[in-house]
Design a protein around this ligand. Structure first.
Ligand SMILES: Cc1cc2nc3c(=O)[nH]c(=O)nc-3n(C[C@H](O)[C@H](O)[C@H](O)COP(=O)(O)OP(=O)(O)OC[C@H]3O[C@@H](n4cnc5c(N)ncnc54)[C@H](O)[C@@H]3O)c2cc1C
Length: 386
């Protein structure tokens, strides 16, 4: 087993680190306050191939392996969890959908502009009555002639108001649970498709990431906008989420690293009782625990990414990396605030934002509880009653 990064992986990491320090860190507070990230910033990111990182070059992407992708997402998350969310949804969910299930024609038409960052994607599974229980989704898709007609509502969709292409999960009328689900690409501006609510600065965290509710009222899309197999939507969604969760696991490492770096800097500068607080053993313990936990989360993440590169099933390992990462990030960000004392609570220091942003990691793309169910099923086998 070789834990060293390849030359190429190190280059991705260094390029991303430098980009984040120059293009994200100086602006992130302003973006969070305004509730948006300027499109001009994403154009710069696209120039480096980051918006199509894992997409093969023949479809306009950077062709990175998943270990490089995880390192890239870690760096982006160190700068901004909002930007990381947009990039994750663009790459791990939207582009993944096309890479895994899209036809050649769909890849040429939609994947190329997504990978080049000329278009944005969103991925819509969750509904008001279907979150963890996604198989309860009620949005319908009815085939009439050459068109599918969509009716229903989606909740909490990241990039929902930004996206040019929304990948929407819907079921054929009369079907239930895991049956009859399919994925449809709905372009922005399609009559009957509207963004009903956009949450930005009122959220606990991710304040520069547009989270939107979507509505479909007799929304007609062409037959050719079905992505993947008719009725195969459940398996498609689960396989896509496997890629998405890898991005979140890497994101957890990034935000936690930012919190630890801030805590270390503060511990070296702040004095109490005539000494830097970093001299106190109780502070040193917090730093040591955080450093260890971040490393453990990164190793879990890179193992899951490596398995993805090998093409072996990594469902359990991805869920472990996401679950451990989400829990770890909360602990590390909490300690970082503790090291900052009252200043950590004040909003004048970034640790306050890291703490708020870390909270989403255990909620979206499967809560911590859902990851535990997935892991337990892999370890113990399915429960008697499904
Ligand atoms: C900022 C943000 C961005 C998001 N982006 C997207 C997006 O881009 N696309 C998308 O489709 N969705 C998105 N979501 C939705 C997100 O994935 C869901 O909120 C999440 O899956 C949880 O669903 P829920 O909110 O309905 O909670 P619920 O499913 O109602 O869960 C409530 C609680 O019950 C627990 N619970 C539920 N079932 C079980 C069980 N069987 N055993 C034990 N505990 C259980 C949960 O773990 C949780 O603690 C986003 C959400 C947020 C907040």
């Amino acid at each position: 087993m070789d834990f060293r990064l390849t030359e190429e992986q190190r280059l991705v990491q260094e390029t991303a680190r430098d980009f984040v320090d120059r293009e994200i860190v100086p602006h992130v507070r302003e973006w969070e306050a305004k509730g948006e990230v300027p499109k001009a910033f994403y154009a710069k990111m696209a120039g480096l191939g980051f918006l199509g990182a894992p997409v093969p070059p023949e479809y306009g992407g950077a062709g990175m392996d998943y270990v490089s992708f995880a390192l890239l997402i870690e760096e982006i998350s160190r700068g901004s969890s909002s930007v990381r969310t947009t990039v994750s949804v663009q790459t791990s969910l939207s582009e993944s959908t096309l890479m895994l299930f899209g036809s050649e024609e769909q890849k040429k038409e939609w994947l190329v502009p997504l990978a080049k960052g000329k278009r944005f994607g969103a991925w819509a599974l969750t509904e008001p009555e279907a979150g963890s229980d996604a198989a309860n989704l009620a949005t319908t898709a009815t085939l009439r002639g050459d068109e599918w007609i969509l009716n229903g509502a989606k909740r909490f969709i990241s990039n929902g108001s930004l996206a040019d292409y929304v990948f929407v999960y819907a079921r054929e009328p009369g079907t239930q649970r895991h049956e009859g689900l399919s994925c449809f690409m709905v372009p922005k501006g399609t009559p009957g498709f509207s963004v009903t609510k956009v949450e930005t600065t009122t959220k606990l965290g991710l304040r520069a990431s547009p989270t939107a509710d979507l509505a479909f009222e007799d929304c007609h899309v062409l037959k050719g906008n079905l992505v993947g197999k008719r009725g195969g939507g459940w398996d498609q969604a689960m396989r896509t989420l496997n890629n998405g969760r890898l991005g979140i696991a890497a994101g957890a490492v990034g935000v936690a690293r930012a919190a630890l770096e801030a805590a270390v800097k503060y511990a070296q500068q702040r004095k109490a009782f005539n000494r830097p607080i970093g001299d106190f053993q109780l502070i040193r313990e917090m730093i040591a625990e955080s450093a260890m936990e971040i490393d453990a989360a990164r190793l879990l993440t890179l193992r899951a990414a490596h398995m993805r590169d090998l093409g072996v099933d990594n469902t359990k390992e991805v869920s472990m990396a996401k679950l451990f990462g989400a829990q770890m990030a909360m602990r590390v960000c909490d300690r970082a605030i503790q090291v900052h004392g009252g200043y950590g609570f004040s909003g004048d220091f970034d640790v306050e934002r890291y703490f708020r942003d870390a909270r989403i990691l255990g909620l979206y793309e499967g809560t911590n509880e859902i990851q535990k169910l997935i892991i337990a099923e892999k370890v113990l086998g399915p429960t008697a009653k499904k």
